[in-house]
Design a protein around this ligand. Structure first.
Ligand code: AMP
Length: 216
């Protein structure tokens, strides 16, 4: 299955992407994770991306699209993939269509995780990631680690992403409304959209998402 996951910051996309992709045995591709890995490693791509990320802005399309095109040319995506955090605007959605046409394939479904705006800031401000592995994600209230500040999975140190600070979160939300939310309509017009409510427990959201995918 070829899936795009869309939703505002704080909808739980990263967490759900990894769980759903694991269940379906397809790779989860997070453009945010790829950027963060490059920032951490100090690569030229990371240096280009960092300023935009810290400000809560989108990294320019020419950088992002080239990176996704390269990733979708890797052999592990032939049986499907789940894109998390891409596309983020209509231009990227159009480019993705073109990339997939070039690969002789197309999307099966776009899963929208919907969450009330007032919940978003609380969700993001409490989010903590493991320094060893960004797939180890916790929340101080919703999914707390057994020992505060320590990863349950590997014992690594938990930290708050720079762009999870409140001021940046508000900017990211504004960017989502302005730039990303139009792709929901774009995919609805193409009959690809499935919307699930991303409220409740992590497991409830996963079950809702998997049953929406089953219905396709
Ligand atoms: P995320 O982890 O998906 O919230 O992404 C973190 C940051 O990486 C975003 O706030 C953007 O600065 C950047 N980013 C991730 N994906 C994209 C994209 N598709 N287009 C532009 N910037 C992106």
């Amino acid at each position: 299955m070829r899936i795009v996951l869309v939703g505002p910051p704080g909808a739980g996309k990263g967490t759900q992407a990894k769980i759903i992709a694991g269940r379906l045995s397809i790779p989860a591709i997070s453009t945010g994770d790829i950027f963060r890995a490059n920032v951490g490693a100090g690569t030229p791509l990371g240096l280009q991306a960092k300023g935009f990320m810290d400000a809560g802005q989108l990294v320019p399309d020419e950088v992002t699209i080239g990176m996704v095109r390269d990733r979708l040319a890797e052999p592990d995506v032939t049986n499907g993939f789940l894109l998390d955090g891409f596309p983020r605007n209509v231009a990227q959605a159009e480019e993705l269509e073109a990339i997939l046409v070039g690969l002789g394939t197309k999307l099966d479904v776009v899963l929208e995780l919907a969450v009330p705006a007032e919940e978003v800031v609380h969700r993001i401000a409490g989010r903590r990631l493991c320094r060893n592995d960004s797939t180890h994600i916790f929340h101080v209230d919703f999914n707390p680690p057994s020992v505060p500040g320590v990863c349950d999975v590997c014992g690594g140190e938990l930290y708050q992403r720079d762009d999870d600070k409140e001021e940046t979160v508000r900017e990211r939300l504004a960017v989502y409304e302005r730039e990303t939310s139009p792709i929901v309509g774009f995919y609805d017009e193409r009959g690809l959209l499935a919307t699930v409510q991303a409220t409740g427990t992590l497991d409830e959201v996963t079950e809702r998402a998997l049953s929406a995918l089953d219905d396709r």
